[in-house]
Design a protein around this ligand. Structure first.
Ligand code: MSP
Length: 503
């Protein structure tokens, strides 16, 4: 199967927070899972540069927007690398290939014979933080509720997109595909927004120069969203690789802040330009500190790189998937970071591997024989369960299923007490079966965990003398092969004494 997954492209007006890392990590977990299934995958992330707020930050620093973007883009390119994300391409909207495609895309809409693009005067309140016009009903005490700022009054002659003409076609997509948007409550939110009637929106800016020129009116530039959304398609045109267009349509991951742009505007723009709508959209919640979204403008940002330096990348990935049920809003209590690390990674998983390898080393001279017992858990049904959960992007549920297996393995150690069996020569076969079941269960668990813990999973497999192959069909009973030279594994998750960085 083909699987194309995207993250939003992040604004470069500031540096990455744990909130941006969150989407990138979640997407990477899902992509890695699809690779385990042998799917033909493409994973895209990148940055959104042509925003007015980017031009403003550049001006504050006395730089041209492009020079500013070139300077800051490095930290954004580093984000996927630091969180071990395996994106196939990193898009910048200032790439020539992207800009050319945006022009092409807008021209296709203009030429579609339905008069979908027309000129009009727009006047309204504009929130630069959202890069969107706001109706008075959307404001709270005259301010944008997301950014806490008073929007600016903008009045100019622009090119408009006839979104209102797409209401029925959008509703038809939603009705034909009840999982077009997930989770279900986000589908309902998007569908009722469409059903409530759609207003045309302006796709150009007359007063800005930082952006992609409108091909038939180069005095105006494309509205940042009409430029940014197109990245999901433009990348397939010019990223290195063969025949990338086969990957369309994509699955998009995003947070609820940009639901309308993705679930309403984007499919309509695609239809207007003659492309298939996205395959699916998954809208997750915000990581919040004290009920407020983490963001640089709110001053409560957490630098993901600090957490990674302290705990390692796998711990951060694990925490992102585990702490907050993916799809719901979550609260970030950083003390829980250390607690989970100690209780679950160091103890439940780390100790299990240390104990098992130590027992094989001590009782069997490091030799694992193929001597299956009843098994500690049903690995085949674990595989079926996680595949089904991943098909719903339920990365938290799948991790929970895996963790139940980790717990079952720990219980198996306690219940079978290998240290007693080892004292009794007559129970040697029983001991072999227990050790094999433990090793075999750990192999299945390590393979299942590979999308979440890409550094640790191979270490576990190596510690048990097993091939480092994380194909999903290895989440099965009896996969562990005979091995020799197994030594007590060094701790996978060593103690971290430093306090978690302050929020
Ligand atoms: N540039 C636009 C997106 C264009 S996509 C065609 C944009 N950029 S952004 O930098 O503001 O990124 C927003 C996205 O970052 C969210 O939709 C989400 O994926 C991620 N997050 C940023 N902060 C977040 C949290 N505190 N919690 C969860 N996700 C967060 O919007």
């Amino acid at each position: 199967m083909r699987f194309y997954l995207t993250t939003p492209i992040y604004y470069v007006n500031s540096t990455p927070t744990i909130g941006h890392a969150y989407t990138t990590i979640a997407a990477d977990i899902v992509v890695r899972h699809h690779r385990q299934r042998g799917d033909d995958t493409f994973f895209l992330t990148g940055v959104d540069e042509h925003a007015d707020k980017v031009a403003r930050v550049a001006a504050e620093q006395g730089l041209e927007p492009r020079a500013y973007a070139d300077r800051i883009v490095g930290v954004w390119q580093e984000l996927p690398r630091r969180v071990d994300a395996t994106n196939d391409f990193f898009i910048r909207t200032s790439d020539d290939g992207h800009k050319a495609f945006v022009q092409d895309f807008l021209q296709r809409i203009r030429d579609n014979g339905r008069d979908d693009i027309y000129q009009d005067v727009y006047a309204g309140f504009y929130c630069v933080g959202c890069e969107a016009f706001k109706t008075e009903e959307e404001l709270v005490d005259g301010k944008c509720p997301d950014h806490g700022t008073v929007p600016e009054w903008i009045e100019e002659k622009n090119w408009f997109f006839r979104l209102s003409a797409y209401q029925d076609r959008l509703l038809a997509i939603y009705d034909e595909q009840p999982d077009f948007v997930l989770p279900q409550f986000r589908y309902n939110e998007a569908r009722s927004f469409i059903a409530g009637g759609l207003r045309d929106f302006s796709i150009s800016r007359a007063t800005q120069t930082w952006g992609v020129p409108i091909p038939w009116d180069p005095d105006q530039v494309a509205y940042v969203w009409a430029d940014a959304l197109v990245n999901y398609l433009s990348a397939l045109r010019y990223a290195p690789g063969k025949d990338l267009e086969r990957f369309w349509p994509a699955v998009h991951f995003l947070a609820k802040d940009i639901l309308r742009f993705h679930c309403v505007y984007w499919p309509a723009l695609l239809l207007a330009a003659g492309f298939e709508p996205p395959r699916q959209l998954f809208v997750h919640g915000y990581l919040t500190v004290d009920q407020r979204k983490i963001s640089k403008s709110l001053g409560n940002a957490i630098d993901p790189l600090d957490l990674i330096d302290l705990y390692g990348v796998d711990a951060v990935r694990f925490w992102c998937a585990r702490q907050v049920s993916f799809g719901q809003d979550g609260n970030v209590a950083l003390d829980s970071f250390g607690e989970r690390y100690d209780a679950e990674l160091a103890n439940d998983l780390g100790n299990l591997v240390s104990r098992t390898t130590a027992m094989i080393a001590r009782y069997r001279g490091g030799r694992l024989t193929r001597s299956p017992g009843p098994g500690a858990f049903d690995a085949a049904s674990l595989r079926e369960t996680i595949v089904e959960q991943f098909d719903r992007y339920d990365i938290t549920g799948a991790l929970d299923s895996i963790w139940q297996a980790v717990r079952a393995l720990n219980q198996h150690v306690e219940a079978s007490a290998p240290w007693n069996l080892a004292k009794d020569e007559a129970r040697s076969a029983e001991l072999d079966a227990v050790l094999y079941d433990l090793a075999d269960g750990i192999v299945a668990v390590a393979v299942a965990l590979a999308p979440y813990l890409p550094e640790t999973a191979p270490r576990i497999l190596e510690a048990l003398g097993q091939p480092v192959d994380v194909a999903i069909d290895r989440v099965a009973p009896g996969v562990a092969v005979e091995a020799e030279g197994i030594e007590p594994a060094t701790p996978l998750f060593p103690r971290v004494d430093a306090a978690a960085p302050a929020a």
